[in-house]
Write a protein that binds this ligand. Structure first.
Ligand code: ADP
Length: 447
């Protein structure tokens, strides 16, 4: 029955009953000769009944007890019926919620990855599953309420990472607090307005494989170095003038062995960069660096291109001079190699919004079709293999640039279009910018 119908019926019945009750009391009073007494007593009886029903309703409103199913009619019965309905609905809803919660908890517990919920403000643990307990050496319930970073004693990067709230970059390759032989990765996921979820993954196997791969490449490159030096040495000893019939062959062999040497050197550089977690933090004077870049560009171009250098930032950088020089040189060399004769290469050092700086190498060369851009920094990825080979490329240059920049918390921005030319820019954050030293100012006029 609908609520409004139930109430209408209850009102009507209560009114009829009240009238009948008073009529009966009045009749009895008249018969006994005391109508006022009879009416008074009837009112008292009604009030007592009302109090009793009210007491009963209040007692059952205690949420733990459930109002039994009510029969009868009238307003009190309607009130009890409505309360009973609400109670039943609420119970059903909370049972459904508990079931749902239990299912979620079970799913989270059964996950092969560790999961933790922490407060965003102070990183204190709110909840964790069984895998997280094993991977991080947590104890239930003692560890609840403890800051997560406290479990990584000596690993300040966990505290910094949590403070920065980096949700897109996982924290890779950490030793597990429970067992340093186990390597773990942490990923931060926004969970609620006040909490983060941290997913902990065991990456020991992955890291081991990665190490094997790295060692393999480094060892092969290293082993190839000596035989190549020998081959190179012997080839250098052959004078083409003395053996004119071998001249073409010797020249080709020299070129190929040089290419192989370059390949081995690039692979070794990459392996070395991959194994490094940080680089020396030294002042890098940009004015002399730009002079060197210009000299290198001109040497490579042999007068075939117009080379422009614009030093507009008026500041210097902090980082590894050697590695950054190799990264910038790579970009300059690419610009010259992939720009036909008569083109222009512009090296510009300028400020960017937000306090950072960028070193951009712009060319008017062949350009890169858009579909290749996302993969351009992969090892051995070439847009045109023949063009890369012809120009002495190894396909590793941009990988090296990317690695060097990531070790300086910088990024590589690439803009390019076929026939339009390309711009490769190394963008550094404000933390890498330093005031230009006096010595640098003296050498500033390089454009
Ligand atoms: P490579 O040694 O082959 O030049 P890189 O890693 O330096 O290898 O570059 C990868 C590929 O990106 C190159 O093979 C080339 O196709 C493309 N590329 C790099 N720089 C430029 C540029 N300035 N203009 C056009 N294409 C470029």
């Amino acid at each position: 029955m609908s609520v409004s119908m139930l109430l209408r019926l209850a009102w009507r019945q209560s009114l009829i009953r009240l009238l009948l009750f008073y009529a009966f009391a009045l009749g009895l009073g008249l018969a006994l000769g005391e109508p006022w007494w009879a009416l008074g007593l009837a009112t008292l009886a009604l009030a007592a009944r009302a109090y009793w029903r009210l007491y009963r309703v209040l007692r059952f409103l205690d949420w733990r007890k459930q109002l039994r199913t009510v029969d009868g009619q009238g307003l009190w019965a309607a009130l009890e019926t409505l309360i009973h309905r609400r109670q039943t609905e609420n119970r059903r809803r909370s049972r459904r919620l508990v079931r749902l919660l239990r299912a979620y908890r079970q799913a989270a517990t059964a996950m092969p990855d560790g999961a933790l919920v922490i407060h965003r403000r102070d990183g204190r643990l709110v909840w964790f599953n069984k895998t997280a307990r094993h991977l991080l050496g947590l104890r239930y319930p003692q560890s609840l309420g403890e800051p997560l970073a406290d479990f990584f004693a000596g690993q300040t990067r966990v505290r910094d990472w949590l403070a920065s709230g980096q949700t897109d970059e996982p924290l890779l390759d950490l030793p597990s607090p429970a067992d340093p032989m186990v390597r773990i990765s942490l990923r931060l996921i926004p969970y609620s307005a006040r909490e983060w979820m941290v997913v902990v993954r065991d990456v020991t196997k992955l890291m081991r494989l990665e190490q094997v791969r790295r060692d393999f490449v480094a060892n092969v490159s290293h082993e190839l170095r000596t035989p190549l030096t020998v081959v190179h040495g012997y080839l250098d000893m052959i004078e083409p003038e003395e053996h004119p019939e071998l001249a073409v062959m010797v020249e080709e062999m020299r070129r190929q062995s040089q290419r192989m040497t370059q390949l081995v050197e690039d692979l070794l550089t990459l392996s070395r960069l991959e194994a490094q977690e940080s680089l020396p933090e030294e002042p890098l004077a940009m004015a002399p660096m730009l002079v060197t870049l210009r000299r290198e560009a001109e040497a490579l171009s042999q007068g075939r291109h117009e080379v422009r250098v614009l030093d507009e930032a008026g500041c210097d950088l902090t980082g590894s001079t050697k590695e950054l020089h190799s990264a910038f040189s790579n970009l300059v060399s690419n610009a010259i190699r992939y720009t036909p004769t008569g083109g222009r290469v512009t090296i510009r050092f300028e400020k960017v919004a937000g306090g950072g700086v960028r070193l951009a190498v712009q060319d008017t060369g062949y350009g890169i079709p858009e579909q290749h851009l996302p993969r351009i920094t992969e090892r051995f990825y070439r847009v045109s293999t023949s063009r890369s080979r012809e120009s002495g490329g190894t396909g590793l240059g941009l990988s090296i640039v990317k690695h060097v920049l990531s070790l300086h918390q910088a990024r590589l921005d690439v803009e390019s279009g076929v026939g339009r030319g390309s711009t490769f820019a190394c963008v550094f954050g404000p933390a890498r910018v330093r005031m230009r030293s006096q010595a640098g100012d003296d050498l500033e006029d390089v454009s």
